[in-house]
Design a protein around this ligand. Sequence first.
Ligand SMILES: [Zn+2]
Length: 420
Amino acid sequence: MNFVKLSRFCCMLIVMATFSPRATEQPVEKIAQTPQCARGLNWIEQNTSWVTDQQIRLTEIPAPELDEGRRAEYLKRLFEAMSLKVRIDETGDVVAERPGAEPHKVVLIAAHLDTVFPPGTPVQVKRNGGRLEAPGISDNGSGLAALVGVARAFAESQVHTAKTVVFAGDVGEEGEGNLRGIRALVEHYGSRLSAVIAVDGPSIEHITVQGIASRRFEIVINGPGGHSWSDFGRPNPITALARGIVQFSSVRVSESPRSSFNFGLIEGGTSVNSIPARAVVKVDLRSESESELARLESSLREAMKNAVRQETEAAEVPVEELQLSFRSLGARPAGKLPENSALLETVREVDAYLGNHARPERSSTDANIPLSLGIPAISLGGGGTGGGAHTLSEWYDPAGRALGLKRLYLIAVTLAGTRP
Ligand SMILES: [Zn+2]
């Protein structure tokens, strides 16, 4: 090994030692039995109904895309009541810090504030037997409730940590938010981050260790428009769009690496007897592989270009051509937690201690951003069960919630390290 190689290797070791996601080699069992940690676990056991009440309050404050402010204010007050240092950053994230003995090392626990539901969607929570029903109750009402529950357990247990623990409610995870909230948090804490946990949904049977890459587009086709009878024969943007959607839908989508596409929203036209002047569709492309994603994108562009040409050629009335445009609504980078990551090991150890069985999986979450930058990150559920995410019939059942909360709390304490 020459000097340059050696010094590079040493630097790597120093970086790995400084930013190891786990602060202590003490076994989880020992950590859980310390008086401080036991107090936190006990608080969780006794107070799951308080956590559920907060979930209902948070869910009933609408948080559509780009409009998470009211929900953020409520979360800020909750954190303030726990004597945390709280701020709302320029992006709109609620950031609560719990300083550790070594403030240059940070464990970040984040849950997204936003929902996929547009303004005006009724968000009152209905109880149906043991279930809670409301749009957003699970995604991400359950994640936000778990964030608040774990922060409160830290406060009640008065646990002293080595690393600083940051609790954050972040904006812009869903739809066209393009992960702007978590991007801002990761940029702010930068190299101080030793681990990031994104709490999303309820499931504790999965550990998201790989971030799926995605690209989202708005495709617009503009045309001359006209009267349905007197201008019949002019090219029709809606017909062109439909042609493009059908053509792209027959493109082969790779199973491994797994990929997907969805035409999720479509609009255009003004009346039944007008040739539309405009048609719009929003598309979501995803893949485990960036190169497969690039292939899908170019197939989509090709299909839409062909469709517009065919529709223009088919027109019987020679008028100006249809105009096609693509606008990016966001791109999420891919990333993967290494198999031998200490973060994953910590989660597995906590699961073994609590008797929870979870398997690794891939998803597109806030964890994509830190993972794409090589920062250890994972996405976990907050406990309980839920279903119907992103639909109006979304539900959540808090039965078993304590296990999810204890799991997150123990993971966070182990990562941050306890101090006597
Ligand atoms: Zn979510």
